[in-house]
Write a protein that binds this ligand. Structure first.
Ligand SMILES: *Cc1c(COP(=O)(O)O)cnc(C)c1O
Length: 386
């Protein structure tokens, strides 16, 4: 029997943990297992690992180590930034601004704020999934507390004009949070230059382990806590730190930064190849997202005349892993809220596939995928026409 190929094109859902990262983590499960809060040698050894990781992470975003707090991932970072700011400033500023194309880990905390009496403006995105700084400026009110807009959209890869938005929020004295889960370590980020107050990252989108992330909180900014308890993380996030995972995130950040340009060139090249081959060899295809302002490794395409779940399953049978909508939406047939927000017509929104490329993706994978697509689409579209 011929062995089925395995091609993973879903790196935006999660990435494998890099061997160097696993290696860096291992000592902290063994000899260096101490609690970083402990005064003794075991504790201090763990503390050194934790603080080295904090330095590695802060360096990559041009922050100070003390501005980085470990979390359980991107979801916690987003929840903390939004709810923490809301409750801290509740007696003065009760208005929040976000967009309709955000990740659910931003949208749902915002909906929760509305439920408990806060006011939220959901800015519409354009056909490419973008929000403009002018839209943000126009939406800011005297009682606006915080603007939360993602760096790169996880479904279509579109980049928001983060620097321009940061300039607006800083000038108007409004807090700016960005979900940079898809871009940290992949696209340069400078929290100072970009005037960012709060920024969420997650390790498992960056060849690090799952269940660890960090929230950047600008020096001097106070927000309420999400988790109350011990004095960990300088009293900002209670709970014994997941030291091995934090060390893994630190190593992943360092590796990503060291090879940022190289990775960017590799991914952009392959993504362009995939896009050119799809658009050159398949009829009835539509690009979702922005032609230029985009993440190097994400390509979202709608294929006329098919349902994305049938296409996804047929690709899976050929060993090719892709995604329709975001991973958290799989299992449902609802077209993605992002494509809806972009105004993609429903038949095309329910025919969208996200290809997301990674370190191990090769040119041969791209060719194999396009051949598989051609074969599957011919079959699915024929069935449909009958
Ligand atoms: C994956 C993702 C998250 C959630 O991160 P977790 O670490 O899985 O909680 C948030 N925002 C974006 C843009 C993501 O892609």
């Amino acid at each position: 029997m011929q062995e089925t190929k395995k091609i993973y094109l879903d790196y935006s859902a999660t990435t494998p943990t890099a061997p160097e990262v696993v290696e860096a983590m291992l000592p902290y499960f063994g000899g260096a297992f101490g609690n970083p809060a402990s005064i003794h040698g075991f504790g201090q050894q763990a503390k050194v690992g934790l603080e080295d990781a904090r330095r590695q992470i802060s360096g990559v975003m041009h922050a100070e180590p003390g501005e980085v707090v470990f979390t359980s991932g991107g979801t916690e970072g987003n929840n903390w930034a939004i709810k923490g700011a809301a409750s801290f400033f509740a007696d003065k500023k009760r208005h929040f601004i976000t967009s309709t194309a955000e990740h659910h880990a931003v949208l749902y905390p915002c909906q929760y704020l509305e439920k408990i009496g806060f006011d939220v403006t959901y800015l519409p995105v354009d056909r490419t999934g973008r929000v403009s700084a002018a839209q943000v400026a126009a939406a800011i009110r005297d009682d606006t507390c915080l603007v939360s807009l993602m760096h790169a959209n996880n479904e279509v890869g579109t980049l928001n004009p983060i620097s321009e938005i940061g300039a607006v929020t800083r000038e108007k004295g409004v807090l700016f949070h960005t979900d940079a889960v898809q871009t940290f370590g992949k696209i340069p980020i400078d929290v100072k230059e970009m005037n960012i107050d709060l920024l969420s990252i997650s390790a498992h989108k960056l060849y690090g382990p799952k269940g660890i992330g960090a929230l950047f909180i600008r020096q001097g900014l106070k927000i309420d806590l999400l988790l109350h308890g011990g004095k960990h993380e300088r009293g900002r996030r209670a709970g014994t730190e997941n030291v091995p995972a934090a060390v893994g995130l630190g190593k992943a950040a360092e590796l990503a930064a060291d090879k940022l340009e190289e990775n960017d060139a590799h991914l952009t090249h392959l993504r362009d190849q995939l896009q050119e081959r799809i658009f050159g060899g398949i009829q009835g295809v539509h690009l979702n997202g922005h032609e230029l302002e985009r993440h190097p490794a994400i390509l979202s395409v709608s294929f006329e005349g098919v349902q994305s779940d049938s296409l996804l399953l047929s690709l899976d049978l050929k060993g090719i892993a892709v995604s329709n909508g975001s991973a958290c939406m799989s299992g449902t047939v609802e077209p993605s809220h992002v494509l809806k927000a972009m105004g993609v017509p429903t038949p095309l929104a329910s025919a969208a596939i996200r290809f997301s490329l990674g370190h191990d993706t090769t040119s041969a994978d791209v060719e194999y995928t396009v051949e598989a697509l051609q074969e599957i689409l011919t079959r699915l579209r024929k069935i449909r026409r009958k």
